[in-house]
Structures are given as C-alpha cells and as structure tokens.
Write a protein that binds this ligand. Sequence first.
Ligand SMILES: [Zn+2]
Length: 435
Amino acid sequence: MTSLLDIRATSPRNWKYIAEGGSSIVFSYTGPPHPSFDDMALRLRKALLSSPSRLVSPSSLTLQVEDPEDPAIAFQREVVARVLPAEYLLRLEAVEVSHAWLEELAALTEERRPTERRAKGAIDVHKRRAVLTRDLVDGRVFTVEIKPKWGFLPSPTHLAPDTASVKTTTCRFCMHAHTRGVLDADVAQAYCPLDLFSGEEVRVRQALHALWDAWVSTSGMANSLRIFVQGQTVRPDASPLSIQPLASQLGLPDEFTLFTVRDAFVSQVLPLLLETSLLRILSNLQSTLDPLDIEGLSLLWSRANPSREPLQTQSPDDGAPSAPPLGSGLSDPTIDDWKQFLGIYLAKNSQMDHDHPDIADLKYYCLAYLLSATFKDCSIMFRIPEDGRGSISVIDLDIKPIDRLQKWEKLDREIVEVYKNAWKPRQCVAVGSGY
Ligand SMILES: [Zn+2]
C-alpha cells in the first residue's frame, strides 16, 4: 500500500548522532553502501520531558497513523517553498520508523547528547514517520551552521510608549540574550543579528567574529554557531589542538592559533554571506510576516475579545478566567489553512493597512506571526568543499504551534521589563543601508 522507505532496512548502529535543536535530532548514515541511505541524514522529532518519567509529544506535531507523510514535508512543499527559493531548500523524504528501532537508536546514542538537552527531551519513540534529507556534514567538507535569529527592528506603530524606545533601540535577540545572562559586560562585542543581516562587510565580519568568540567561550555549545569537519562536530577548548581538524581543513600550517584559525574561517564564510541574497530574503519574510509586533497582535486580539484587557495592564500573575489568552480557541492551522493564508500574504500583504489592522484579519495576523517565527528560528548551513564553492541551505523550518503565541506574548513582556533596567542599552543598528 505504501512505497515509503523503511528505516528498518538499516541498523540503528549505522546512524551517528550529529546535532539537535529544540524540536528535532539529526543522525548521519554511516552504514554499508545503500542506494537510499548513502549521504543521507535522518531527522527525528523530539518529545518534551514534562516530568522526569514522562515524555509528551507536542500535540500539533503528533502524526496520525494513516498520514502518509510527516507534516514538516507538506509544510515545506506548500508553504515554505512558495516564499523561499528552491536553491536554498533540501529535498525532504518521508521514511517509516518503528517503536523498537527508535528505542534501540535512543539507547545507543543517548550518552552522546548534551546534558542540558537530555534534561529537556528525547527522541519521540512513538512516531511512525521521520524525515530523510541530504547529509550536509558528510564527506570531505566543512559545514558551518548559523542560527541568525531576528533580522529586523519592529515598527513602533503599535508599541506602548514605554516599550517603543527600548524595542526600537535594541533588537529582540540582544534583549533576550541580556535577560538570559548570556551577555557579559562587553556588550558591544557580542553577536547582534542585525550586523549579520546588514549586508555590510564590516558589520558582517564583526558578527562572524562575535559568533566565533561565543563558540570558543562556550566550547561549541552556543547554538548560534556550529562547525562540522568531515562529519565530526568541532568542539573548541582553550587548546588550539581542539580545532586542529578545522585548521587542517582550512589549509593552515601546523603552527596556528585560535586567532589565525578564526581569520581563516571568517575569510571562507564572509564572501558567502555577502554574496547570497538569502539573509535579505529571510529578514524581509520575518518583518513582513510580523508587521504588528506581538504587542500589536495582542492589542488586536483584545479588540476582538473585549472581555480581555491588554496584557500590559494585567497583574504579573495574569490569567483571570474571563481573559482568553492570545490565540486561545484557535486550532493549529491545517495545511489548507496555510495555503489559504499564503495566497492572501502573497497577493495582499504589502497593500494591507498594518497601521490600522482589521479585526476581521485577526486569524491572518496570528498565522503570519507563526510563520514569521519559523523564519526567525531557522538555521543556515554553509557546506564548503575543500576545492570548490560552497552551497547554502536553510534547515529547521519547523511549524510553530498556535499555543506558542501566548508564551511569546508573555516572554516579550518579561524580556522588555528586564531590559528596561539594563544599565547600558545596546544600540543595535537597523538593517537597511547595506542592501
Ligand atoms: Zn542586536
């Protein structure tokens, strides 16, 4: 009945743990030659650890048994591929997996996973489908993964007076990094996405230096930058020997330092970032899909649900019974909802009066915000062969569930509250002049 590939044609021992994000884990095929699995990577969904003994699947991502493909595949084909050029997208293929096979893989690879990731989730062994895609870290290449995050400053139109000055001065990523205590005192040296997205050589170089420095100082555990050489994740430490594979790949002589490797690394990656139009496309998608900011979306929601006061006037322990949280009552969009939404976005978004949003468009703005979040959270993979030009792909283009809206609304308020008290707000420079 189905012609799906079956992962059980391979042994779990033939799959090597590569990396993971919040919602998925990636493995590379390392087994004997196989026409369907050579040079392929397996992407598995994670289940969140809600308590020490209980794993739960995110409801919106739970697959119906009869569903012939992972929702991620339909989402990429019907939504993402209509706004991102095909050259940046990997072909995704559904593959059948089994409970026993996944459990064996999990048992074999669990100890390779970072401790902090293990505390939050694990392979969802109840899935029956997974995604097979091209392995971007195999062979004689080095691969750079950058998670660029938010590449725009919001329009002040719908911001409250006391948040507008903060949000239009410091970008969302820098505010969030500050509240998480990630930034040290030397804020000016830290990574700002607006530099990476700027298209200006000096600023892009500065962003790469900042990403590199954070990569070194966190032993490669910061998730904004990952480097893989010939299938292995490079984990830097204080010793230059830790990055010997990268130095060799970059053609450096035996005598090298962290700084000479950094410079060689930046020399390889900088031209790719300056030449590609991908960052401009991503920034444009992020901002045009989020024209109101979460504050404006919250105000629109409150107008449509008059029993609810805008969030900023509520007490910190909000949650009065009569106040439906942002997005509550809305179902997770189906693929048909997404197709309909995208038709309107492509035809009308640029002509809509976002300064005066219509309550009738509330669902449109909610879906737009969700899709914006997909592009705010994706990663870019630069695959750089020893003797040729690199290729660029976008990965981690996940569907965001609708119940995230209320979490993002709360998080936004918390971040801005903390950041208002920053002793020295960072002056992030808007993207624009470089394009
Ligand atoms: Zn910034």
